[in-house]
Design a binder for this molecule. Sequence first.
Ligand code: G6P
Length: 622
Amino acid sequence: MCGIVGFSGHHQAAPILLEGLSKLEYRGYDSAGLAVRDKDRMAEVVKSNGRLKVLAEMTDNGNALKGTTGIGHTRWATHGAPSKINAHPHVSGNCTNSGSGTVESEVVGVHNGIIENYQELKEKLIKKSYQFYSQTDTEVAVKLVDYYYKKYGIGPIDAIAKAMVRIRGSYALELMFQEYPDEIWVARKESPMIIGIANGESFIASDVPAILKHTRDVYYIDNLEFACVKPGEVHFYNLNGDEVKKETVRITWDAEAAEKGGFEHFMMKEIHEQPKAVKETLASVLKNGKIDLSSVGLSEEEIKKFSGITIVACGSAWHVGMVAQYVFEDLAGIPVRVELASEYRYRKPIFYENELVIVISQSGETADSLAALRLANENNVETLAIVNVVGSSIAREAKKVFYTLAGPEISVATTKAYSAQLICCYALATEFARIRQKIDAKYYKYLIEELESIPEKIDIIIKDKERIQWFASKQTNARDVFYIGRGIDYAIGLEGSLKLKEISYIHCEAYAAGELKHGTISLIEEGTLVIGILTQRSLYEKTLSNMLEVKSRGAYLASVTTYGNYNIEDTTNFNVYIPNIDEHFSASLAVIPLQLMGYYISLGKGLDVDKPRNLAKSVTVE
Ligand code: G6P
C-alpha cells in the first residue's frame, strides 16, 4: 500500500526521500511524488505516474529539487485512478499543470489510508469556495486542515486536532505549512508511521526499511496522536493539543537484511532465508530441549483452561491458520476455527468462555486483522498475536505476542514470514499437547527433534531448485493450474496457488481433492496442469485416485510428495520429493517447491517478481 517518507535536517532532502521511497517500493504502488522546501522558499512539488525511477529521472535523482525539508509518497490508488494529478503530495490551494510546480498554498501533504467521509467533507469545503483538482480523499484532508488553520488562526496544533476530530477513517498524514519552514506535521489513525532521530536530523516513514540506514531508534506515533517534526527534534500531542512524552523503540533488524545481498530478487533471497527464520523463531521458545512459552506470556494454567481456538488472519497468514487447524486439533485435541479477518470483523462472531483468539500477521498492520483483534479484545477473550514487525499495531494491542524472527520481508509474495508463522503454530500446538496431556514425554521429545530438523530439510529442498526451474520454464504459457490435496496437503495447496497466481498472473486454484468432482473437474482440459500434494500417508491413496480421475480427462500431472513414494512416477509426469518429517509439520517442507514454482514461472514470463501488479505488501486499508 502507499508509502510515506519525510525528512527535516541539514542535508538536501530530495535524494534522502527518493532513497527512502525506494525501500518502500515493495509495498506496491502506482505513482509517486515529492514536496521539498527551504526556509525561504515555498515547497516545490514533483509527481509522476508509474515507477519511482520516473520521478528520479524527472528530478535528476533528487538533485534538481533544493531544500532540506520535504515529504514523499508512493501511492496505491484507492480514491481516483492512478495518474499524475491524483498522485501525492496534494496542496490546499488551486493547482493546474498536473499538480506539480512551486506551490502557492498554505498546506501541502501526503496521506496513507482511507478517509471514509471525504465526500461529505468535500461538499462542505466546496461551499466554502475550495476547488478540487483531483479525485482523491487526500486532497480533501489537506484542504480541511487549511480551512481550520485559516478559520481559527492559532497554528498547526489546533488546525490538525480539529481536522482529526472531523475525519472518519484511517490515515497517516504528513503535512508542511508554508509559515513553518523546517517543520513537518504528522498525524495518525490506524495507518502506521514511525519517526527516527539521528545526528540532529529527523526521518519519517510508514515502514521500518525506509529509515533503517539512518537510525534504528524510532518513535511510534499512536492512534489519534499527532506530532511536529523538526531537525533532530519531535514533539507529540494528543487530540486536546497536550504534549505527550514518548520513548524510542530499538529496531533490531539490520539495514543489510533489507538489501538483496547478491540475489536477483528479494523473493529468492527470502526463500533462502527460510532455514534461518525458522531456526531463530524456534530457538526463541526452545530452552534445554523443551518449549518455553514464558516469553509469549502463556502459563500452563491458561493453556489447560482454553476451550477452543479461533485463528484470524488474511492472505498467506490465513493459510498458516488453515494448516495450524489440523495440527492443533490432531496434536492437542483442541477445537479450532479459522477465519478470514475481513469476514470475521463484520459477522458478529460468537465468543465463548476460555476462547483463545490468535491473530497472525507479518506486518502487524493489516487493517482487517487489526479490526478482528480489537473485536476480540472488546469481547474480553484472550488474544495472542503471531507477528513479525516489533512495535506494529497488532503487536501492541494483542494481550500476548509471539514474534516471528524472520527479519524484514520485502517481496510482496511472502515466503519466510509464512514459514516462521508455521513454526510458531507448531511450537504452540506441541506445547498445548504436552500440557493438556494429549501426548507422552517420548512423543514430545520426538516432535521437538522433528521441529529442529526443519531448517536443514528446507535447505535440502532449496538446493534442488534447478529441477523445479526446469519444470517451471515449461509452464509459462499455462492458462489454468490446479493444486489438489487433502487435509494439511489441501492447506499447503492454498498457499502454493496464491504464490503462483500473485506473481505469475496464471489462474490457479487449490482444491480439496475430494471436492473436485463437485464442479471443478469440468474445468480440466487436455494438458491442464494439476499438481497433487501428497505428504499425508493416510490420504495418499485417496488423493492419488483423484489425480487419476483428472488424468483420464486430459490433465498433465505433477506431484509434491515425500521420499519413498516413488511409485507415483507410474501416474505423473514430474515429481518433487521432499524429506520425510512428522506429517503434522509437512507444510514447512512441501511449500518450498511451490514457492519456487511461483518464482520461476514469474521469472520465465519476464514479470516483476517482487512487485506484482495491483498488489501491496501490507494491506492497511480494508
Ligand atoms: C498481503 C500480502 C500477503 C499477506 C497478507 C496479510 O496480501 O501480499 O503476503 O499474507 O497481506 O498480511 P499480514 O502482514 O497481515 O501477514
